[in-house]
Design a protein around this ligand. Structure first.
Ligand SMILES: *Cc1c(COP(=O)(O)O)cnc(C)c1O
Length: 421
């Protein structure tokens, strides 16, 4: 794609070698390293092309066919396509595909459906919740009164009795289920019964398991949730951004106005096209097979690590994500993550439930099979990755060992390339 007129503005990345070098470097990093960060994935060429398209030139505001700007014919088509696919994929009546991020999807829903000072009951970040559910460092934490539930100390799982006790005592207007580091099935029906008992709305944030829900490999938040939010770039393996889904027409105008103009301005049409693309992919049978390998891969990795003596929080996982407790190994998550990065294994440090350590140097690591499965890793590759992780954690400052693992990682990645030129 090049512009018609000559001169500087018809050039591509070759016009900016400084930027091009960094993008090349990032491509090489992705090609040659194993991505185990749960908030990432590897998208198709289709998604890349849609999101990198000329749609970046178009500004629209408002809903399809009710815009504040002209020239929106194709913008309307594209956004409607994304909405239709989202509704079909998740079997619901309404979808808003405009949120620029998962945090914006949540903030928009809160802004639309709650009043300043309302009580919001959500999962504690320290137990696996997400900061966009009212953490005090965020705008949502300032605007609403936040009450948090956690997990049981013995099972490390959500305790619905605790959720119910808090709901009865504090009378939330909304209850949020779903988090960023909770690897287990959530009892949506149980949450809904509590929400009904206190007259609250139930929001399910399915960012980390939306792909599995779409593939029928994780319980469906509908019909239990009043509103469902998700990101589209993690388990859905697509464009950057978020979605809001719901069934009750009585909620529609508040949710739409909560997103725009509540917390956002104009639509990122290129990202909406990327969402249409990934939602189309998720409707295909290949997406189910992909998600089966996400699930199998995460379980193979968890098993390899636990056979090697690492404790897996909750004993395993029901999704692509798992949490590892390093406390018995006398190494903290930050030190382990740095050593693993030198070996070509990208992970993130994470708090574990009841972590005695601070978030900067926590006791855990969060791992995911999303991106590995996307490049074709199966159980045996994930077991190999588990073996490498165990070796790095055993000797995080043994440079020769780490270099040897780095070579093994490079060779594995060369057998599973991404983005062939
Ligand atoms: C990642 C995540 C978000 C936030 O997404 P951003 O796009 O980073 O704003 C929200 N909720 C959950 C559960 C997440 O995992």
């Amino acid at each position: 794609m090049s512009l018609l007129h000559d001169g500087y503005f018809s050039l591509g990345l070759e016009a900016d070698p400084e930027l091009a070098r960094s993008i090349d470097g990032e491509l090489r990093r992705q090609q040659e390293g194993v991505e185990l960060i749960a908030s990432e994935n590897i998208v198709s060429r289709l998604v890349l092309e849609a999101q990198g398209s000329i749609l970046t030139n178009k500004t629209v505001e408002g809903a399809p066919f009710a815009r504040y700007y002209g020239g929106a014919q194709f913008a309307d088509e594209i956004e409607s396509l994304a909405i239709e696919r989202a509704k079909r994929l998740f079997g619901c009546r309404f979808a808003n595909v405009q949120p620029h991020s998962g945090s914006n999807a949540n903030a928009g829903v809160f802004f639309g459906l709650l009043k300043l000072g309302d009580v919001l009951l959500s999962m504690d970040v320290a137990a696996g919740g997400h900061i966009s559910h009212g953490h005090k460092a965020t705008l949502t934490g300032r605007d609403y009164e936040i009450v948090n539930y956690g997990v049981r100390r013995d099972t490390e799982r959500i305790d619905l009795d605790e959720v119910r006790d808090l709901a009865l005592a504090r009378r939330p207007k909304m209850i949020v289920a779903g988090g960023s580091a909770y690897p287990r099935i959530i009892d949506f029906a149980g949450f809904r019964a509590i929400a009904d008992e206190v007259g609250a709305l139930l929001l399910v944030d399915m960012a980390h398991f939306a792909g599995l829900v779409a593939a029928g490999l994780y319980p469906d938040p509908f019909p239990h949730a009043h509103v469902v939010t998700t990101t589209t770039y993690k388990s859905l393996r697509g464009a950057r951004g978020g979605l809001v889904l719901w069934n009750d027409p009585a909620l529609s105008s508040a949710i739409s106005a909560g997103i725009f103009p509540g917390v956002q301005g104009s639509v990122m049409l290129h990202a909406v096209a990327g969402k249409a693309a990934c939602l189309g992919e998720a409707l295909r049978p290949e997406f189910k097979a992909y998600n089966q390998s996400v699930l199998d891969g995460a379980r193979a990795l968890a098993e390899a690590l636990s056979d090697g003596g690492l404790r897996i929080v909750t004993g395993g996982t029901d999704m692509g994500l798992l949490l590892v407790d390093l406390s018995a190994k006398l190494i903290t998550g930050d030190v382990a993550a740095k050593a693993l990065e030198r070996a070509g294994l990208a992970v993130n440090k994470n708090l574990i439930p009841f972590d005695p350590r601070p978030p900067e140097a926590p006791s855990g690591l969060r791992l995911s099979s999303n991106a590995g499965a996307a490049r074709g890793f199966s159980d045996s590759e994930f077991r190999q990755i588990g073996a490498w992780i165990l070796r790095v954690i055993a000797e995080p400052s043994n440079d020769r060992e780490i270099d040897a693992i780095r070579e093994g990682v490079r060779a594995l990645c060369a057998r599973h390339p991404i983005y062939r030129a």
